[in-house]
Design a protein around this ligand. Structure first.
Ligand SMILES: [Zn+2]
Length: 87
């Protein structure tokens, strides 16, 4: 896993983002890599949409209900924004 994450140097490609996206959303990658992912999601519509799909799935599993709790989604988005603005 670490070898994979170490590949995120300079400007990561969409493919590289996809490889670490789940770890990113789970908060399992280092701050530097997370910043690069957040920066990419900010400018890449496709990866951003993919991250929202993951978040929706995560929220769905967490709530163990068929309906997505909008409060969970809002909290996750807020968390994402925190990562994005973190220096
Ligand atoms: Zn992308």
């Amino acid at each position: 896993m670490m070898r994979l994450l170490n590949r995120l140097r300079g400007r990561p490609t969409c493919e590289e983002i996809m490889e670490v996206l789940q770890s990113y959303l789970d908060g399992e990658i280092d701050a530097d890599t997370a910043r690069k992912v957040a920066g990419h999601l900010d400018v890449c519509t496709e990866c951003d949409r993919e991250s929202q799909v993951y978040e929706t799935i995560k929220a769905s599993l967490a709530s163990r209900r068929h309906e997505i709790d909008p409060q969970v989604l809002a909290a996750l988005r807020q968390f994402g924004e925190t990562l994005e603005s973190a220096d």
